[in-house]
Write a protein that binds this ligand. Structure first.
Ligand SMILES: Nc1nc2c(ncn2[C@@H]2O[C@H](COP(=O)(O)OP(=O)(O)OP(=O)(O)O)[C@@H](O)[C@H]2O)c(=O)[nH]1
Length: 387
């Protein structure tokens, strides 16, 4: 009963209504998103087995199975145990040690095995219809398996069915033999076709995944300097603020603005200005190296906020720590001239620092950093001010 509830919860989640259902039932499939997906897929496998078992029960009632009820009950028990083992492996994260953590090949392999066992015990007259359901098990591989893996499974299924016919050969009359051979051929042809389709879909999926990650990369990266863009650094700031709200702790931000950059552009040209921006980012990133973790996850710590304005998020730093870090950054820029096509050029930066105060929104802390930056400019530039 519980299994059925879990299966339905996972199934409805797959249809987009499950988050609520699972929350309602107090079921959390897995703390890790990818593992939760694998649990969900394994549970969908259980649905497929339940369908298959229903077929077995129906055929038994109709007198089309060659076995007793006890055999059928043992079969049901063993297939469910197989599924529970897969679920436990995923829940305990043991699957992460395998080359394919989704265990797609193995799960389909077991599906074929158990499918064949039931097919063998069915009267030949029922097998044609059963094969229709049997091939649905292959759909689980459509998103994962390569054509070669699919063909391997096809060979396995085709040989298994051929062996089944061989075992039954002497019990069959001539008509049944003809029908069975035709069914075996159709099964093999359909599975070969599915192998190529499945491989094609898997390739499409891989292409889509790499295109998506490229788009994601582009959406978060500043084209000129290669650092995070405003969207990325704002995301970092929001996560860092959230971490402060949830776990306490300090947080400082530093708003950096290159000094008299317009004059530099006017004097040396825009291309040299661009080169300065790139070197600026390199120097700052070099200084920040090894500090880019928020709540244990890697995060973009520097981002281009506007034209020649950059934001640095300093998780764990209070105002004094933020000021010290900002001083280091200022010094890293002012310590030696920058190299451009037009020659070496001295560059300085003004920095405004603010720390997190309880109840701050991202805008609040940024507003205070901006005020401090304004004061740094007013006080003569190439300096750090805090607010
Ligand atoms: N080369 C280059 N220049 C840029 C880029 N983005 C913004 N700028 C220039 O940065 C300059 C910023 O000028 P202002 O806002 O007047 O500031 P500033 O000259 O740095 O003066 P202060 O900030 O007061 O020290 C403008 O001339 C922009 O054209 C860019 O991607 N490349």
């Amino acid at each position: 009963m519980l299994l059925t509830v879990v299966v339905i919860a996972s199934y409805t989640q797959g249809m987009g209504v499950g988050t609520g259902t699972n929350r309602l039932l107090g079921i959390r499939l897995h703390r890790d998103h990818r593992q939760a997906l694998r649990v969900r897929r394994a549970l969908l496998g259980v649905v497929a087995y339940l369908m298959w078992i229903s077929v077995g029960i129906y055929l038994h009632v109709m007198g089309l199975m060659r076995v007793e009820l006890g055999w059928l009950l043992s079969y049901i028990l063993l297939t469910l145990i197989t599924n529970v083992v897969f679920l436990v492996i995923i829940r305990l994260d043991w699957n992460l040690r395998f080359r394919d953590p989704g265990m797609t090949l193995v799960q389909i392999g077991f599906g074929i095995f158990w499918g064949m066992v039931l097919l063998y015990q069915a009267e030949p007259v029922a097998r044609g219809g059963m094969l229709l359901i049997f091939v649905t098990g292959f759909f689980f591989g459509v998103f994962r398996l390569t054509t070669r893996q699919f063909l391997g499974l096809t060979l396995f299924a085709s040989l298994a069915y051929a062996s089944l016919l061989r075992l039954d050969w002497n019990l069959m009359d001539a008509d049944t033999r003809q029908t069975e051979i035709a069914q075996w051929l159709f099964l093999t042809v359909v599975l070969i076709w599915m192998s190529f389709m499945g491989g094609y879909v898997a390739r499409l999926r891989a292409n889509l995944r790499s295109a998506l990650s490229r788009i994601e990369e582009l959406a978060h990266r500043d084209h000129l300097t290669g650092t995070g863009n405003r969207r990325a650094i704002t995301g970092t700031l929001e996560s860092a603020l959230q971490a402060c709200v949830e776990h306490g702790g300090a947080l400082a931000v530093a708003l950096l603005d290159l000094d008299r950059f317009k004059a530099l552009n006017d004097k040396l040209g825009h291309l040299s200005g661009d080169a300065v921006l790139r070197e600026f980012v390199q120097r700052i990133e070099h200084e920040l190296r090894g500090e880019d973790f928020i709540q244990g996850a890697p995060a973009e710590q520097l981002g281009r906020f506007g034209g020649e304005e950059f934001l640095v998020v300093l998780p764990g730093s209070n105002l004094a720590g933020g000021r010290a870090a900002a001083e280091r950054l200022r010094e890293a820029i002012a310590c030696s001239p920058f190299t451009t096509e037009a020659g070496e050029v001295p560059v300085t930066v003004s920095i405004g620092v603010a720390e997190y105060r309880q109840g701050d929104s991202p805008e609040d802390i940024l507003r205070r950093a901006d005020r401090a930056l304004y004061r740094a400019k007013e006080a003569g530039r190439n300096r750090v001010e805090v607010n």
